[in-house]
Design a binder for this molecule. Structure first.
Ligand SMILES: NC(=O)c1ccc[n+]([C@@H]2O[C@H](COP(=O)([O-])OP(=O)(O)OC[C@H]3O[C@@H](n4cnc5c(N)ncnc54)[C@H](OP(=O)(O)O)[C@@H]3O)[C@@H](O)[C@H]2O)c1
Length: 325
């Protein structure tokens, strides 16, 4: 697998990473043995960037901890703190970026992941209640203690990123980015590129949309995504049809084109598709070999333009009208 570098401190990672799929309950869909087999296959394919978070009370980290026993040094292990959505104890609070919480959350993540350090630790959501300098300052102390090696941010805007980077070099910003969500191209991606920060793209497959696997409104945790509603999905699938035709003519899959498109947007960008399936994982890893011509990039631009390719928002909205990111 080709390598890419995240940030100016030279964190080297596979050009395509693995986003450990989130799940609720004790076992991932397909069961624990399957989830572990997928992670082992990812490592065998040369995928080193393994991404998770402490969401769902950390059940995903427990799975990774088991899968990575004896293989910890083979991966660049990333987790996150501060997004309290989905934490059963949080009682309606949605974010905590305080240094005290960072320390507490990291200790819990390290225990679940069965390791004594993370290669990359992200602030999962910027806390509007405290200055970003304080959040990063807390993470710098964890780095000085050797508990984390690099610092990242998720879903942050350019000014926040600049302020954070002034406290300590940020290795990576992780946000949603794909042919269906291009909002960050206007000002965030240029700022990230200029600062020499890496960009990790989550929902790189549009939560499965670009793979062609979604043909009806999903019944799972994607059921509230407006793009997949019974009203919007049929219109969006019409656009996908053109992508499928391009893929067929190239001898690859539409999902591979979606991942290859991301990688063509800059060598500081690394997609982290998630899957519970070894065949899907292998297909996704194969996207690293797919090249797109200038004509194909133009055709994709026309199909999924920067200012709104698909019908419907990327997330639903809360009662105040804010996106539930
Ligand atoms: N930083 C943040 O704030 C943030 C927020 C959300 C998510 N994330 C991270 O992003 C990562 C990926 O998210 P995600 O897995 O939900 O979204 P995704 O990568 O866009 O899509 C995954 C979905 O696509 C399907 N899929 C994947 N490859 C496929 C293939 N080749 N063919 C057919 N279907 C395929 C998967 O189903 P199968 O299992 O059947 O393959 C799954 O339903 C996760 O690690 C997650 O933690 C980060």
């Amino acid at each position: 697998m080709q390598q890419r570098t995240l940030g100016r401190d030279g964190l080297s990672v596979s050009a395509i990473g693995f986003g450990a799929p989130t799940f609720s309950g004790d076992a991932p869909p397909g069961g624990l043995d399957n989830a572990i087999a997928v992670i082992h296959r990812a490592i065998a394919l040369g995928i080193t960037l393994i991404d998770t978070a402490d969401h769902g009370d950390g059940n995903n980290e427990v799975v990774l901890g088991e899968a990575l026993a004896g293989r910890r040094e083979d991966v660049v292990l990333c987790s996150k703190f501060g997004n309290l959505r989905g934490q059963s104890w949080a009682k309606g609070r949605t974010v905590d970026g305080s240094p005290e919480y960072a320390r507490k959350a990291l200790e819990a993540s390290l225990a679940r992941l069965r390791t004594d350090y993370l290669d990359l630790y992200y602030l999962h959501r910027v806390d509007p209640a405290i200055p970003i300098e304080d959040s990063i300052g807390g993470m710098v102390r964890l780095k000085e203690e050797g508990k984390i090696r690099h610092i990242g941010l998720c879903e942050a805007g350019p000014e926040t990123i600049r302020r954070a980077n002034a406290v300590h070099p940020i290795a990576a910003v992780e946000s949603e980015y794909s042919l269906m969500t291009r909002d960050y191209e206007a000002d965030t991606l240029p700022a990230i590129r200029a600062l020499g920060i890496g960009f990790v793209a989550y929902y790189a497959l549009g939560r499965g949309f670009f793979s062609g696997a979604i043909t009806a409104p999903p019944e799972d945790n994607r059921r509230s995504v407006p793009r997949f509603s019974s009203e919007n999905l049929p219109r969006n699938l019409e656009k996908l049809q053109a992508l499928k035709e391009m893929a067929a003519s190239k001898g690859c899959t539409p999902g591979q084109i979606a991942l290859a498109w991301l990688m063509h947007q800059g060598d500081f960008i690394v997609p982290i598709p998630g899957t519970n399936s070894i065949p899907h994982l292998e297909e996704n890893a194969g996207a690293a070999e797919v090249t797109l011509s200038a004509g194909e990039l133009d055709a994709l631009e026309a199909l999924f333009p920067r200012d709104g390719g698909l019908a419907g928002d990327r997330f639903d909205r809360d009662r105040s009208g804010e996106l539930n990111i």
